[in-house]
Design a binder for this molecule. Structure first.
Ligand SMILES: *Cc1c(COP(=O)(O)O)cnc(C)c1O
Length: 462
């Protein structure tokens, strides 16, 4: 059979009721684009000699396929997904989730105008950085602060301001690569600072730093290892120990903390991470950290430390290129307001809440998820123990016992289910564990339960 003769003409399609309806609500260009793409798709199927029945069926459903294509094109490409992976700070899924209160402040500030750079007291031009200064200073006990686009930008700005044309001394064990090709040696080079590597992969002594100091040394530079840990015969120099060198040679200490932890996580059963406050207390002159990792806010790089250095950073031309907008500032202002009281921070910041939820609460959540599913013959469920991950290169060795709902299906393989859920209009990102699809409930919000139920129901035959 010559299948090409079965392909309808464009005019015929334009006469089809379904297409006519599409034309009422959409631009003719968009509808035509979808028609042409679908017709090309059919021609391709024929030239690739695909199954004849399949091709005929596709042609029979052509107007529906055109409608589907059009709806897909009209969807926004960046969209909400449901994170059922259990990875809390999932960089591919937007890192930290916000709560409604944070979002409402962003909305309130951005629909219409704001005093972003306007001093309401004086009626003159103000500084966008001023809005966050008081709370960050209060929480961290630092002299001053500045917020830029992300922590990578923060490190760049610090080195460019404090060490351009000079050298900084860093331990070989801290020359890390963070996902997305952020490498400490490369960032250093880009900022115009020379990196002086000292020590070995596993051991660096105070004397290694001291021996490397010369008249061109701008700073001692510590970097959090973030996404890896080394064990065994190891030694590193803490910022407290560095203090003696700082005083003897009169050079500052810079620390890239990576994740911005403001509370002692060991109180909540997690590994202790050096907090920003500890760094400042230990005499680190300038500390930088991310806004959307353990801090639980939005993408930002926060720099705190001595006023003399921060002042210089504010005058650096780079700052103009790295500056944050009102979305970031208005979101962070709410996030930092929570940190004034640690108990509130743990309760309100989704990232911290998800990391500190108890095992019994996770079990209850898993039960609730199963109970929210409609009963049918296709699917059944049980609850299993699973390990979640912190993610975002934070606390890489932290084990985080969690609960997951395991899916048993009569007709679908775990791989087919995974793909189907991922390609939904509101995608559900799940995991496959030992031959079964699972939903780790740690990172699923309760108001998303019904969406998972809808997705599973849509797989049932009628
Ligand atoms: C994550 C991280 C960065 C990069 O931070 P972004 O906010 O993602 O730009 C830099 N340094 C360290 C040590 C990190 O862990």
């Amino acid at each position: 059979m010559n299948l090409y003769t079965k392909i309808p003409k464009v005019d015929q399609l334009l006469d089809n009721d379904k297409i006519k309806k599409l034309l009422e609500k959409n631009s003719k260009n968009l509808v035509m684009e979808c028609i042409h793409e679908e017709l090309n798709h059919v021609r391709n199927m024929i030239s690739k000699k695909e199954n004849e029945d399949l091709i005929l069926k596709y042609i029979e459903n052509l107007s529906s396929n055109i409608e589907k294509k059009l709806n897909y094109k009209k969807e926004f490409k960046l969209k909400k997904v449901i994170n059922a992976t259990g990875v809390v700070i999932h960089t591919n899924l937007g890192r930290s989730a916000l709560n409604e209160e944070i979002f409402n402040n962003v909305k309130n500030v951005s629909i219409g105008y704001s005093n972003l750079e306007y001093d309401l007291e004086k009626g003159t031009r103000g500084s966008r950085y001023s809005h966050l200064t008081d709370s960050i200073k209060k929480i961290t006990a630092a002299e001053d602060c500045i917020v830029v686009n992300n922590n990578a930008a923060a490190v760049m700005l610090i080195l460019s301001t404090m060490a351009k044309g000079k050298n900084v001394i860093t331990s070989r064990s801290e020359l890390v690569e963070i996902g997305g090709s952020f490498r400490i040696p490369d960032v250093c080079r880009e900022s115009g600072a020379e990196l002086k590597e000292v020590g070995t992969t596993n051991k660096t002594h105070l004397s290694d730093y001291e021996n490397a100091i010369d008249e061109n040394t701008a700073a001692l530079f510590k970097v959090h290892q973030s996404n890896f840990k080394i064990f065994g015969f190891t030694e590193s120099v803490s910022s407290v120990e560095m203090k003696s060198l700082k005083e003897k040679y009169n050079i500052p200490i810079i620390e890239d903390l990576g994740s911005g932890v403001l509370i002692d996580l060991s109180k909540y059963g997690l590994t202790h991470e050096p907090t920003v406050q500890e760094c400042i207390q230990n005499g680190v002159d300038v500390v930088s950290f991310s806004g959307d990792k353990l801090l639980g806010g939005v993408q930002a790089g926060i720099i705190v430390g001595k006023k003399e250095y921060i002042e210089k950073m504010k005058k650096n031309q780079l700052t103009r290129a790295l500056r944050v907008d009102k979305f970031t500032i208005s979101a962070l202002e709410v996030v930092f307001s929570y940190y004034i009281d640690e108990n509130i921070a743990i309760k309100k910041i989704p990232t911290l809440k998800m990391l500190t939820i108890s095992s019994s609460d996770l079990y209850e959540k898993a039960k609730k998820l199963i109970n929210s599913f409609d009963k049918n013959d296709e699917f059944s469920f049980d609850i299993i123990d699973i390990d979640s991950e912190v993610g975002g290169g934070s606390l890489p060795t932290q084990n985080l016992p969690s609960k997951a709902v395991r899916v048993f299906s009569k007709s679908f393989s775990e791989n087919d289910l995974e793909v189907f859920l991922r390609k939904r209009k509101i995608p559900i990102i799940s995991r496959i564990f030992k031959g079964h699809l699972i939903f780790d409930v740690r990172t699923i919000f309760e108001d998303e339960f019904s969406l998972i139920n809808d997705a599973l129901n849509s797989l049932l035959g009628d």
